[in-house]
Ligand binder design. Structure first.
Ligand code: PLP
Length: 469
């Protein structure tokens, strides 16, 4: 589920103010009421007893007791070793309870892609890194930073990215920024200042790319994909000299670009004296085979590599990086300087500490395990509830494409019934210009933020809906 740690402790804070002898009871009542009222929805994962006790400033025993009591009453469900969740009985008691993070009334299960599981944010490891940084950072480090970022963070990230993503990572060419979003904006301005008027984006692709580059004054040109990557013909005919691509796990189709198309794209960039902006938005997560190295490793002078902690830690941290071709470096750094004089120093120092301690690798391993399990739960739920559905893009990332056979449709009715059942879905067509090729329903299903039981419930609801149409 999405971030429930934060939601949980905020809801429970008033109980902490109760006199010591009634605090345990008050905590249980507050937790029960949060579940009953739907503020903690079915399937919501609760923080560990240790994390919640630390957040609330109460003893761990008090939290353990509350969890045990509510588990016995059926409000919560505990899987030994796996954690504690809001149970299904509570959902039955509160019909139509929505995921409080979903943002849309009536949504019970939200399969829209793009969000990691925010409750997996490593609060204690982050807090430890924060404490250590605050204890050792000299006063002078709190002045305006180098606009490229703190040297220790650039060094730590360069080593991490070279090792994990196979990029050519010179710390001198690494610019810390506030996510792929800012990286794209900076590069859009730099390319615009060099006289480029248009930038190619993938079709289908992330709507965010179009918006970001449009905000820098560039016209965006949609370039069609096939199952191997960008089609070379339309790319060559387009006349653009810059493209933004997601070759490791294309968003949203989930394909990994073929080696031939990667090579062809770089040949094209050299031939037109152009640039490729590589958005490695979920390259950290690869399940069934070794990760596909980033495109940038093949030609660091033509490819600007961009990434962030948005999928691995939390998008709200607004921390990311870019590796910039030498020819664009000075202008990019100057843009970054005039835009915000650099990223916040403490956040950078904490991330550097976090990476250097090995906590980032541990976090990736933890998320990888959880997300693989959820992906498998999704595949199993589709096989059970919507048999015959073909799934692609499963080897990596936080979403898959599911092609539901037309016999479960027709499409409009299928989607309307899912919405009626409280399941939020996105179709592939929403991300591109190509209309549906047939009556099959092509869904882009995000699963990483959902528990296995919520995934099963959601797909079950979609399938049940077909009986009611
Ligand atoms: C494909 C893709 N890349 C990047 C981003 C933005 O990422 P960040 O949080 O790193 O700015 C988004 C966000 O919508 C996205 O959809």
């Amino acid at each position: 589920m999405r971030s429930q740690g934060q939601a949980a402790w905020e809801l429970l804070l008033p109980a902490v103010g109760a006199p010591a002898r009634r605090r345990g009871r008050a905590l249980q009542e507050a937790l029960r009421e949060a579940v009953r009222s739907g503020r903690l929805a079915a399937g919501t994962r609760l923080p560990s007893t240790r994390a919640l006790a630390a957040d609330l400033g109460v003893s761990r025993g008090l939290v353990t007791e509350a969890y045990e009591q509510l588990t016995a009453e059926g409000y919560l469900r505990s899987d030994r070793g796996a954690g504690t969740w809001v149970g299904g009985a509570a959902r039955a008691a509160v019909p139509g309870v929505r995921d409080p993070a979903a943002g849309a009334p009536g949504v019970r299960v939200d399969f829209r892609p793009g969000t990691p599981d925010l409750s997996l944010f490593p609060r204690s490891a982050w807090a430890a890194a924060q404490r250590s940084v605050l204890a050792r950072l000299p006063h002078r480090a709190l002045g305006y930073p180098d606009p490229r970022g703190l040297p220790e963070l650039r060094g730590a990230l360069a080593a991490l990215l070279a090792r994990r993503r196979g990029v050519v990572a010179d710390p001198e060419r690494l610019v810390v920024c506030s996510g792929v979003a800012q990286a794209s904006t900076l590069l859009g301005f730099v390319l615009g200042a060099r006289g480029l008027r248009r930038v190619g984006i993938e079709d289908p692709g992330s709507p965010e790319h179009g918006r970001l580059f449009a905000s820098t004054g560039l016209e965006t040109v949609r370039l069609p994909l096939d199952e191997e990557g960008l089609r070379p013909g339309p790319l060559a005919d387009s006349g653009v000299r810059a493209v933004v691509v997601t070759p490791s796990h294309q968003f949203p189709s989930g394909i990994s670009w073929s080696a031939e198309r990667r090579a062809a794209l770089l040949d094209w960039a050299r031939a037109v004296d152009g640039y490729v902006l590589e958005d490695d938005y979920d390259g950290d997560f690869r399940y069934d085979r070794a990760p596909v190295g980033a495109l940038q490793g093949l030609d660091p002078e033509r490819v600007a590599y961009t990434g962030s902690v948005s999928k691995s830690l939390a998008p709200g941290l607004r921390l990311g990086w870019m590796l910039v071709p030498e020819a664009l470096l000075d202008e990019t750094v100057e843009r970054k300087r005039t835009m915000d004089l650099g990223n916040p120093v403490l956040d950078q120092a904490v991330l550097a500490e976090f990476v250097t301690r090995g906590a980032y690798d541990r976090q990736l391993r933890r998320c990888q395990r959880a997300y693989r399990e959820r992906r498998d739960a999704l595949l199993a739920a589709l096989a059970e509830h919507l048999p015959g559905t073909r799934v692609s893009g499963i080897a990596a990332g936080l979403h898959v494409i599911a092609r539901v056979p037309a016999r479960f449709g027709p499409r409009e009715r299928f989607l309307a019934r899912a919405a009626e059942a409280g399941v939020a879905l996105r179709t592939l067509e929403e991300y591109g210009t190509a209309g549906p090729a047939d009556e099959d329903v092509r869904l882009v299903i995000g699963y990483a933020h959902l528990t296995p039981s919520a995934i099963d419930t959601g797909i079950g609801l979609v399938a049940e809906g077909r009986g009611r149409g």
